[in-house]
Design a protein around this ligand. Structure first.
Ligand code: FAD
Length: 474
């Protein structure tokens, strides 16, 4: 018998439900297949840093599989439609009896998988899919009347109750097949997709680095997370998002590692604050399945479609480049442009600035983030943008508009973070770091830093008017 594991967003050997299931039959020959789809990635705005990270993680995975006697075959084609042909041909050539794969919940991915099952079923290949990238499958946490929650807090409470009833278990990495290890494989062909170098010290690729980072974070830093998570100048968050977004790590591994170190983490609010973020991740994925229109980037709150967004190329370019004249916004954008990662608090501030200060359509920002983020993930990114733009499920109310100056003062008081990214402000004293132009004027200095591109008070009013007009226009 031949079992095929179709790897996509699950680039690991530990706790990989499809891989584990494929290997259960000791007699079966097991092959793994990865199909790169650069045309599809372009359509999905995958960041070149993420593409490079995936490639590097595949290299480690290929070796880990070879050590277990499993060959990883990598192929490439343009898009999902073409990948179905590759898959069918491969199954035929290798005389595959059963296909094992882990579900992806985005719309295009689900359509592809449905089509794959249909085709392979006709060809006599038995297909088995697994809910692998989530702690609990979509649809399993519902309100009393069987609907998806539209508010986060009750969802989170119900989620924890479900977890406490039945904890999803981790499965082991497969043992070596009876034929023993394969000889070291040649590296897969590089993707025909722009690949951009990323900071390998911050984001070392591959599963062993992910597990090491998780172990470290779960031992000590997690204890201070509730206090440090909103301070961008401190390395106080897990930085595991890239591993979770690419499936190099599973959320079950995160949960169990934390519970091993801190058995009461689900009950203790300080420790729970990190697990709660993992549940936000689940919330947005569950929502995407309940409301597939979210995958098509539709707003959840219908009337927000009528907001009269401003088209202003110069403002958008200034936001992208980190040259808006608001130091916290600019430092954050430069962090993302350089690292492909941005601190969560700053994602909220920069998203809010684009939408509520510049009145630019949130879709533009969503897209730019995807193009840059090493941890780009449709559900989390769309969820975050629709939260900030007040268009989503349980969003910030449209009339609550962050003031970018006071946000900076609150979360980066002395400007430690701003100074990391805006060297042109190094002379500005702490007390003026959030309004450097005022300081420059007072002291007759010339700064190589722009004046604010909009005045917050006026911008706020304009945005409130635009949202109210949209809301009231029946
Ligand atoms: P930690 O604080 O250590 O959190 C642990 C894990 O929980 C994260 O790795 C992530 O998987 C998950 N998580 C944390 N916060 C959220 C959240 N608000 N929503 C969903 N999952 C969460 N996260 C992405 O993974 N990919 C994205 O493309 C993405 N885009 C975002 C866009 C906006 C506008 C906003 C406001 C948030 C976005 N987030 C996104 C969520 C969050 O900012 C990042 O997950 C987090 O900053 C990653 O850093 P970390 O791993 O150190 O997080």
């Amino acid at each position: 018998r031949t079992h095929l594991v179709w790897l996509r967003n699950d680039l690991r050997v530990n706790d990989n439900l499809a891989l584990n299931a494929a290997c259960r039959d000791a007699e079966a020959k097991v092959i793994a297949l990865y199909i790169a789809t650069p045309g599809q990635w372009r359509q999905h705005d995958m960041a070149p840093k993420q593409a490079a990270f995936i490639y590097d993680s595949l290299l480690e995975l290929q070796q880990a599989l070879a050590d277990r006697g499993i060959e990883l075959v990598t192929q490439a084609c343009d898009d999902f439609a073409a990948s179905l042909d590759i898959l069918s041909t491969f199954c035929e050539q290798q005389q595959v009896d059963a296909l094992f794969y882990n579900y992806q919940y985005e719309l295009n991915e689900r359509q592809r998988d449905a089509e794959a099952e249909k085709r392979l079923d006709k060809a006599g290949v038995v297909c088995q899919g697994f809910d692998d990238s989530l702690l609990l499958p979509p649809g399993s946490v519902q309100t009393g009347d069987g609907k998806m929650y539209k508010v986060y807090t009750p969802f989170s409470k119900a989620f924890v109750r479900r977890l406490q009833l039945a904890m999803p278990a981790c499965v082991a990495a497969p043992k070596a097949r009876s034929g023993g290890a394969l000889k070291s494989p040649d590296a897969p062909q590089r993707f025909d997709y722009p690949m951009e170098e990323y900071d390998r010290e911050r984001f070392p690729p591959g599963e062993s680095a992910a597990l090491q980072r998780l172990r470290h974070f779960a031992q000590q830093p997690i204890r201070d997370y509730h206090q440090q998570r909103d301070t961008p100048s401190v390395d106080g968050t897990s930085r595991l998002s890239v591993y979770l977004a690419t499936g190099v790590l599973s959320p079950r591994q995160c949960l169990h590692r934390v519970l091993k170190e801190h058995p009461r983490a689900l009950e203790e609010s300080t420790l729970f604050s990190w697990l709660n973020e993992l549940i936000w991740r689940e919330f947005y994925r569950h929502l995407m399945v309940a409301y597939p229109a979210l995958c098509r980037h539709q707003p959840f709150v219908g009337w927000t479609r009528r907001v009269d967004w401003q088209r202003n190329e110069a403002h958008f370019a200034a936001w992208q480049a980190g040259k808006t004249g608001y130091p916290i916004v600019d430092a954050a954008m430069r962090q993302m442009n350089a690292l492909g990662w941005m601190h969560n608090r700053l994602r909220m501030i920069t998203a809010s600035f684009l939408v509520k200060d510049l009145l630019i359509d949130w879709h533009e920002g969503e897209r730019y983030f995807m193009q840059k983020l090493i941890d780009g993930d449709l559900a989390a990114n769309n969820g975050g943008w629709q939260w900030a733009a007040s268009t989503g499920v349980d969003p910030v109310p449209y009339f609550r508009i962050f003031n970018p100056t006071t946000q900076g003062e609150r979360f980066d008081k002395q400007g430690a973070f701003i100074r990391q990214w805006l060297p042109e402000l190094k002379e500005v004293p702490d007390s003026d770091i959030h309004q450097p132009q005022r300081w420059a004027e007072k002291n007759h200095k010339k700064l190589d830093y722009p004046a604010p591109i909009v005045e917050h008070k006026q911008a706020r009013k304009k945005t409130l008017d635009a949202f109210e007009r949209a809301k009231n226009a029946a």
